[in-house]
Design a protein around this ligand. Structure first.
Ligand code: ZN
Length: 259
């Protein structure tokens, strides 16, 4: 693709205003820290903007989405406040080719559940456990430049069973101090778009300041960015005239397909 990848970092931006602990870690909001990490690591290769729940259309107007190549999504306390019309709009853009990076508690966001089609539930425990994120797909572009594993000193635990469709690529598995494991880095394709789910990022820990976490998100943005590809359409046209002549004929009752 010509030009920089246009990234919109979406943040619910609720905890930052109601919790002093969260505000201390993310004074300008979690979305600001995530955006800064992308700018630091990807430089001129990206054009980064942020959007939040409280903005008109949650900051995701038709125009902004049309100008977004990759959307990152962090939400937790206010999933239900995201308007369905915006979820429809984001889903359509993903099907058309926009990348989506779903972060941490976005596992329960309306858009992630819509794209997965499963319950998306998991186990959790907030005990500031150590997390060790193992790379289980070392040649995957999202693992580029990472070690065999990386550690986060304190995080919320997410454990299996994680109710997602079988990932197309399983890139990372987390181990937690308490003994749980979790599929932490997973990819899917929906329509022409690519989706990546990345687990770490509970709001009361400084996870988005972590160099490895920032690296994963930057790699994911690069991986999720649309390519030119081949034509894709959401329509389901009747291809009445075959490319080559065919001998078989069949009389169709056209009224059946009238809606
Ligand atoms: Zn959390």
């Amino acid at each position: 693709m010509a030009g920089p990848t246009r990234v919109t970092v979406w943040g619910e931006n609720v905890h930052e205003h109601i919790s002093a602990a969260v505000k201390k870690i993310y004074p300008d909001g979690m979305h600001a820290t995530i955006a800064e990490g992308l700018k630091k690591l990807l430089g001129n290769a990206v054009q980064v903007r942020t959007a939040t729940l409280d903005q008109p259309a949650h900051g995701l107007t038709e125009k902004i989405l049309a100008e977004t190549d990759v959307l990152t999504w962090w939400g937790h306390a206010a999933h239900h406040k995201v308007e369905d019309v915006i979820v429809d709009r984001v889903q359509k853009r993903v099907l058309e080719g926009m990348g989506l990076v779903a972060l941490h508690s976005a596992h329960y966001s309306k858009i992630f559940k819509r794209l997965m089609g499963t319950g998306c539930g998991l186990k959790w425990r907030e005990a500031a456990e150590q997390e060790r994120v193992w790379i289980v797909n070392p040649s995957h572009p999202i693992a580029d430049g990472l070690g065999e594993y990386f550690e986060i000193a304190h995080e919320e635990m997410y454990g299996e069973f994680f109710d997602i469709p079988e990932p197309e690529d399983l890139v990372m598995i987390s181990w937690f101090e308490g003994g749980d494991v979790f599929r932490s880095g997973c990819t899917w394709r929906r329509g022409k778009g690519k989706v990546f789910y990345f687990r770490p990022g509970h709001e009361t820990f400084p996870t988005y300041h972590d160099a490895n976490v920032q690296k994963v998100i930057a790699n994911a943005v690069k991986w999720c960015a649309p390519t030119v590809g081949s034509p894709y359409s959401l329509a389901a046209p009747n291809s009445k005239v075959p490319l080559n002549p065919i001998r078989a004929t069949h009389t169709v009752d056209e009224t059946i397909h009238k809606h």
